[in-house]
Design a protein around this ligand. Structure first.
Ligand code: GLU
Length: 553
């Protein structure tokens, strides 16, 4: 009776029972094998690539099984909340191709029958369960002050005892309900703790869908379940939310693995069926030979915004993450070069158990592939959207030269081995600048790249002749090259490597020098797509003009 009285004094306005909520949120009516998963971020306003990674695993597994993927906002630590963070999260996940079937839909709005989906709006639910546990003697108020807890900890450390609030050190667990009531009535502050029935001598066996079979000692700590502000801790909220929202698979970062003993215990005490767990590896980075966590402070690529700023298509990032999730994605991609990534089946069994290594070089490879397979029109649309936001000069030029830009993006696209020029949009300008007079003529003589075997003077001599003799009507790369060789021969440049090697003194150089001169005159660069194509895109007038201006360099 006195426990019940204690429960009523702590929670005078809680009148519902756990059964009420258990009935209110019935088991979902889904087809066999359908997975209910969630993304459950704290609204701190920073979108970490690890969040997209975790969300993607959850979203894929739900979607593949025709289940439910929902968004729950874990805002019980209200100090960390940042304005607009919920909308930002939704927007980010949408950008990365993920839609939530259920949960928060905006800062204040949500959809679905299992809400509220924001923990700060669920206080009444947590309190109902906490009250029930107080009445059962499984949860108790703790009046220890922060100073007392620090002193306890220091004493334990000094005596080489495992620190914490447990067993004989859990002073308040032995208060009688009457004593506790007296303290509350005297106005003492308190929090609520679990009276842990665990014994570290016992081990709990557990199967994690990624880590496999694991076992750990039972939790014996009297963990906090409701804080001084009346809100639950992550542990308590997680157990109640995932049970009532009927989550079938809790797929979260491996930093939570060490809390599993607590969670297993909470599910038992609350009488809930436990969901399946999968703890995904933390995204690591190779830093001078040693692996470390991708850090929000040190690594630009930890922030989701980075990928947009430098211009990775989101599909590239998604495909790269799928590579990390399941290494067989790469093989699948090779076998299905044009398939939508949604057709790939994500499989937790195939996920690496230890740290997932984040590798920008690999991301670039994946992205070059992705872009190389996009039609020129699509490249154009993506690029113009990016420059519009990040490069005003390029935006103007590309928008004013739509036709030419599409031709540029179409260079060597249609063949079986499309060019792989760019991994991200911020690499485009340097590779295509010469098509645009405004950028091309800004360059100085020092920026002109020539074959090592050719001086600027010799290059000009070649162009002086070439500009008047070249076949403006060449209709193929082959025809153009024959013409180049003929002009080269007249000028004393050899078209045949063997012949040249045999008698180098008889020639001024090789045909590659002639090509190099033409290439430099048109582009200032030594490494470009084939010259014939560049000339076709620039058109006769511009080509002539460039040759003439080259003679003045
Ligand atoms: N709010 C927790 C976090 O952001 C969620 C962990 C989970 O998915 O359960 O780490």
């Amino acid at each position: 009776m006195s426990l019940e009285k204690l429960a009523n004094i702590i929670f005078p306005s809680v009148h519902k029972t756990p059964e009420y909520y258990i009935e209110k949120y019935p088991k979902r009516n889904l087809k066999e094998g359908a997975k209910v998963t969630r993304y459950a971020p704290s609204p701190t306003g920073f979108q970490h690539i690890g969040g997209v990674f975790a969300a993607l695993v959850n979203e894929r597994l739900a979607s593949q099984s025709e289940g439910v993927f929902y968004l729950r906002i874990e805002d019980t630590d209200q100090k960390r909340e940042v304005e607009g963070a919920i909308e930002d999260t939704i927007q980010t996940m949408n950008n990365f191709g993920m839609d939530f079937n259920e949960g928060m839909t905006g800062q204040e709005t949500s959809k679905g029958e299992y809400g509220p989906y924001r923990q700060s709006e669920r206080a009444g639910i947590y309190k109902t369960f906490a009250k029930d546990l107080v009445a059962k003697g499984l949860v108790y108020p703790c009046f220890c002050t922060p100073e007392e807890l620090t002193a306890l900890r220091e004493k334990q450390i000094a005596e080489k005892i495992t620190p914490g609030y447990y067993g004989e050190y859990a002073k308040c667990r032995n208060l009688t309900p009457e004593e506790a009531i007296a303290k509350i009535e005297a106005g003492e502050e308190y929090i609520l703790r679990l009276k842990s029935p665990g014994n570290i001598e016992n081990r709990v066996e557990f199967h994690d869908l990624i880590k496999g079979d694991i076992s750990f000692p039972e939790n014996n700590q009297d963990i906090v379940i409701i804080k001084g502000d009346g809100l639950p801790t992550y542990h308590f909220a997680h157990a109640i939310d995932d049970a009532l929202m009927r989550t079938t698979h809790v797929i979260r970062g491996e930093e939570w693995l060490s809390s599993l003993p607590i969670h297993v215990q909470l599910f038992e005490i609350l009488g809930f069926e436990r969901p399946q767990y999968a703890h995904i590896p933390t995204i690591m980075k190779n830093d001078n030979g040693s692996k470390r966590k991708l850090s929000k402070r040190k690594d630009a690529e930890a922030a989701v915004s980075y990928y947009k700023e430098v211009g990775y298509p989101t599909v590239s990032v998604i495909e790269y993450l799928l590579n990390i999730i399941n290494s067989n994605f790469e093989e699948w991609r090779e076998e299905n070069p044009t398939a939508d990534y949604h057709e790939f089946q994500v499989d937790l069994d195939k996920m690496s158990k230890s740290g997932a290594l984040f590798d920008i070089i690999k991301l670039n490879d994946v992205s070059k592939n992705v872009i190389s397979k996009m039609k020129a029109d699509v490249v154009y649309d993506n690029y113009i959207a990016w420059v519009k936001e990040f490069d005003a000069e390029m935006y103007e030029l590309v928008a004013a030269n739509e036709k030419m830009s599409k031709e540029i993006f179409n260079i060597d696209k249609e063949g079986p081995k499309p060019r792989k020029d760019y991994a991200k949009w911020d690499e485009v300008k340097e590779k295509v600048f010469y098509f645009f007079d405004e950028l091309f003529y800004k360059e100085t003589a020092e920026q002109v790249e020539l074959p090592k075997t050719l001086t600027l003077e010799s290059a000009k001599e070649i162009i002086k002749v070439y500009v008047n003799k070249y076949n403006v009507n060449a209709t193929s790369q082959e025809e153009w090259f024959e013409d180049l060789k003929a002009i080269g021969a007249e000028l004393g440049y050899c078209a045949n490597r063997k012949e040249y090697k045999a008698n180098p003194d008889q020639f001024k150089g090789m045909i590659s020098d002639v090509a190099g001169a033409v290439r430099a005159a048109l582009s200032h660069r030594s490494n470009t797509p084939d010259i014939y194509t560049i000339m076709s895109i620039l058109g006769e007038d511009k080509v002539k003009e460039r040759f003439e201006k080259f003679l003045e360099v």
